[in-house]
Design a protein around this ligand. Structure first.
Ligand SMILES: C[S@@+](CC[C@H](N)C(=O)[O-])C[C@H]1O[C@@H](n2cnc3c(N)ncnc32)[C@H](O)[C@@H]1O
Length: 225
């Protein structure tokens, strides 16, 4: 765990750059999204829609988001979810601090933040109506434990959704991941290809939809019995 842990301690301290890239704002953010991820403004909007495709804008019930990171993409949306009980988990205290500050600025009083490993979620089985995981599965060191835990805490009929990096689609993105994100500990191999991801999710879930925008795969899955 230490490599990913240290990596996001650093990111948490420079959250402005991270947030700019994720929100595709400013010169740096837009250049990084376009150059490394192949996303221009129109493709970025598709990426965003894909990431949240499984979460209705009027979602109510119990929602787990893991990893929350700085919450830059999701927390603003939670202002609209009056009927939801929301739990946000991340391993990094630094990332959680940024997310907590953001939630306070947004006046999101009911959202709970928990520092924990996704491979050891502190919730009972069949607890959540939805589990959202944005840009987590290419980061988590123990991917099979993460997948198993996120499924365990989800109710039968519940939705597992989000997005992740997949290899083999954009050569420049793959090089960026191999030469920068992986050595820095920001991402953890092995990386799935789109067909492999589909196969893994179909083994775990009853209904599975997998899409992609450049190297970002989006998934919406329903848990069966
Ligand atoms: C690329 S960020 C994504 C965060 C957020 N969803 C977003 O898109 O801004 C990856 C996050 O995963 C967290 N993380 C890494 N390993 C973890 C683990 N084992 N359990 C929980 N969170 C973890 C990191 O601390 C980091 O905040």
């Amino acid at each position: 765990m230490p490599k990913v842990f240290d990596a996001y301690r650093r990111v948490g301290k420079f959250a402005k750059f991270y947030d700019a890239m994720l929100t595709n704002t400013g010169l740096f953010g837009r250049a990084a999204m376009k150059f490394f991820w192949g996303l221009d403004a129109a493709a970025y909007e598709k990426f965003l829609a894909q990431a949240f495709a499984g979460l209705p804008t009027d979602f109510s019930g119990r929602l787990l988001e893991v990893p929350i990171g700085t919450g830059v993409l999701s927390l603003p949306r939670y202002r609209e979810l009056d009927g939801a009980e929301i739990f946000c988990v991340d391993l990094s205290a630094e990332m959680l601090n940024v997310a907590r500050e953001r939630a306070a600025q947004l006046n999101l009083r009911g959202v709970k933040f928990i520092r924990e490993d996704v491979a050891n979620l502190p919730f009972p089985e069949n607890f959540f109506d939805a589990v959202l995981s944005i840009n987590g599965l290419h980061v988590f060191p123990n991917k099979s434990a993460a997948l198993a835990e996120m499924r365990r805490v989800l109710k039968v009929g519940g939705i597992f959704c989000g997005c992740m990096y997949v290899a083999g689609i954009n050569r420049r993105t793959d090089l960026f991941v191999e030469k920068f994100c992986t050595p820095q500990g920001l991402f953890t191999p092995p990386y799935e290809t789109l067909p492999n991801l589909q196969k893994i999710l179909r083994e775990l879930y009853a209904q599975v939809t997998v899409t992609h925008v450049e190297s970002f795969a989006g998934f919406v899955c329903t848990k069966g019995d």
